[in-house]
Design a protein around this ligand. Sequence first.
Ligand SMILES: CC(C)(COP(=O)(O)OP(=O)(O)OC[C@H]1O[C@@H](n2cnc3c(N)ncnc32)[C@H](O)[C@@H]1OP(=O)(O)O)[C@@H](O)C(=O)NCCC(=O)NCCS
Length: 187
Amino acid sequence: MTGFVWPLPSADVVGDLPGGAVLRLRAPVDTDLEGLVVSGRDAGSRRFTGFPENYTRRDAALFLRTMMHDPGAMLWIVDDPDRQGGFGGTVELRLVELNSATVELGYTTAPHLRGRGLMTASVRLICEYLFDYGVHRVQIRANPENLASCKVALSAGFHREGTLRDAEFLRGEWNDLDIFSRLEGDV
Ligand SMILES: CC(C)(COP(=O)(O)OP(=O)(O)OC[C@H]1O[C@@H](n2cnc3c(N)ncnc32)[C@H](O)[C@@H]1OP(=O)(O)O)[C@@H](O)C(=O)NCCC(=O)NCCS
């Protein structure tokens, strides 16, 4: 028995950034649409994710609605640490298997905030929250060429388990994905 119940409470999750600023993962609001569009149109975001070309406000609104109504998914917005209430990124959570209390994370940082440790801190924070609520295993899958994403996983305490061959079909191409995990009790 893991004590794991899905869905988890969709509460704000609050912690600290390495420099001492507040890190807040919160529910999406309409004013996030603009930030989602900027993020979705960014070439660095598009390279390793399924954002369609010319990602629009309508696409972003549909994404938010879909996430809200998907019984197997949850979404937090990373609040911009420089501008309270601003859009700083997304953390997506998906249920992989209820019985083994296993979930998977996906993430994007707003382009103007990349390289400052925001996603590493966000993933660490959300893991604490997940383990508090009985999650046993958290997974991340990332293209091995996506060095920033792989670095986030490793810096947030995940272990690289191996490579899933041709595990993703993106824009007409098959990609390998590295799989990382962090278990409750891992240090
Ligand atoms: C992956 C992503 C979420 C990382 O967000 P971030 O807030 O910039 O992450 P952090 O600052 O916490 O950490 C990034 C790390 O990768 C490193 N990094 C960034 N680009 C890199 C590159 N091209 N080569 C090697 N390392 C790189 C950074 O130096 C940093 O390492 P450090 O902790 O030693 O300083 C962000 O780049 C992003 O949104 N990318 C587009 C969407 C995406 O790829 N999502 C993941 C899909 S699996």
